[in-house]
Design a protein around this ligand. Structure first.
Ligand SMILES: Cc1cc2nc3c(=O)[nH]c(=O)nc-3n(C[C@H](O)[C@H](O)[C@H](O)COP(=O)(O)O)c2cc1C
Ligand SMILES: CC(C)CC(=O)C(=O)O
Length: 411
């Protein structure tokens, strides 16, 4: 790939390109630093990557930059999913089957994106969903994400297999994060993670139930054949690999555990977990009305409708299509969240109209992280927030509460 060192005139050209960007606050030094990392050569950047950077108009524009920055296997780990990646694609495409019913002549001069979750104020209903191994995408990993989440007052869900501890993530965000939970097949490990997270101040434990041990990711396997570098962080596919160098598991005796998300996990396990979680217990990965009803019956405080971004099973059922039946089954008893394929403010709007209290993003903020570190994550949040505000105004919904099922139709 062709690279160049920006001279004075080139720097001016880059700065002009940046001045034209709709996102504020991505300084040139950040751009050059992030792109230089891709080539392991200070201040050397590729024409292709620079061109991509200058064209950022929406969150999807970060993806080619992340690709240019990351080793092939790391990018494959981030981008791909189960079998043929169809569920990954459909998660986003499905939003186009929902159309917005805009109302007119409503005063929208003050668009208020704030909302309440578990009685706590959120400045915006968009949150950063759990992503493991983030130092594989940027040296600052979860710390950069936590700082961005703090700067933008966005909720962050920290993965059990994060490369940063919950204590450090909370210190970086300045306020508590939610702790995502992978269970392992050793109860004492589960208990220890819950205790540690709650001691650190986490107000919610989020149990992931859709990622059973043994996923089939062929795109990643193919990428690993070409990119044979050893990976200490992410694209390993066994228990020892996934748990290696993970601060949330440090100091725990893992010798009796062989699975991260055991095949025999059942509602009995959930009930047992309920007994030890003193804060909120949220279940992530529900896609049917039946399981939503069971979750509420077993004491879940919240439900995340999710298929794990299409990473675990090729169901071909986009998570936005699963949301309405879950919302109907839950009958407002607990908040329902959704993630998967959210790439536009209009996607967030549609999810809210279909009954979601909060809307999670995964890959988009990691693209921003890979390309620009903390600034990239902030830019992704800014872009989605800006788009959400825009569609709220267009649709005649000045507040989050004003967004109702009447504002969306499936066609
Ligand atoms: C690289 C990567 C790692 C992930 N790691 C976790 C994890 O550790 N725990 C978890 O519950 N979900 C994990 N997820 C799933 C996300 O939390 C979320 O459900 C999904 O990414 C949403 O779809 P989206 O990427 O299309 O936005 C991961 C997703 C990605 C892309
Ligand atoms: C399998 C885990 C270690 C991480 C995860 O949830 C993911 O990669 O989607």
């Amino acid at each position: 790939m062709k690279t160049f060192r920006p001279e004075r005139t080139q720097r001016r050209r880059i700065l002009r390109a940046f001045a034209a960007l709709p996102i504020a606050g991505l300084p040139l030094t950040t751009l050059l630093g992030a792109l230089a990392r891709a080539h392991a050569e200070p201040a050397a950047v590729s024409d292709a990557a620079l061109t991509a950077a200058a064209q950022i108009l929406n969150v999807m524009d970060f993806e080619p930059l992340a690709k240019a920055t990351l080793p092939p296997a790391h990018f494959a780990y981030l981008a791909t999913g189960a079998d043929d990646d169809q569920t990954v694609r459909l998660n986003h495409e499905a939003f186009s089957h929902y159309q917005i019913r805009s109302r007119r002549l409503i005063d929208v001069s003050h668009a208020d994106l704030s909302t309440q979750v578990f009685g706590q104020p959120w400045t915006c209903p968009i949150y950063l969903s759990a992503v493991g191994s983030m130092r594989a995408f940027h040296p600052d990993g979860e710390l950069a994400v936590a700082r961005a989440a703090g700067a933008k007052s966005a909720l962050m869900m920290l993965s059990t297999v994060a490369t940063t501890s919950i204590e450090d993530a909370i210190a970086a965000r300045g306020t508590p994060v939610w702790q995502q939970l992978y269970t392992t097949d050793d109860w004492s490990i589960t208990q220890a993670i819950v205790r540690r997270a709650e001691r650190a101040g986490s107000s919610a434990i989020v149990l992931t139930v859709d990622n059973l041990t043994g996923r089939n990711n062929e795109t990643l396997e193919r990428a690993k054949r070409v990119d044979t570098r050893d990976c200490a962080q992410c694209h390993v596919s066994d228990f020892a690999g996934y748990t290696r160098r993970k601060p949330m598991l440090a100091g725990l005796d893992l010798s009796h555990a062989t699975e991260l998300s055991p095949l025999n996990m059942s509602w009995d396990f959930f009930a047992r977990l309920r007994g030890v979680v003193s804060g909120k217990l949220i279940i992530k990965g529900i896609v049917t009305a039946e399981d939503a009803a069971l979750a509420v019956r077993h004491g879940a405080d919240g439900i995340v409708v999710s298929n794990h971004g299409g990473r675990d099973e090729e169901t071909l059922r986009p998570s936005i299509d699963c949301l309405p039946e879950v919302v109907a089954a839950v009958k407002r008893r607990v908040p329902v969240f959704v993630d998967g394929g959210i790439r536009r403010g209009t996607d967030v709007f549609k999810a809210l109209a279909l009954g979601a209290t909060g809307v999670g993003i995964g890959r988009p903020y990691v693209w921003g992280l890979a390309a620009f570190g903390q600034s990239g994550v902030e830019a992704v949040i800014d872009l989605l927030t800006r788009e959400l505000r825009q569609i709220m105004r267009q649709a005649g919904t000045p507040t989050i509460a004003a967004i109702t099922p009447e504002h969306v139709i499936h066609g």
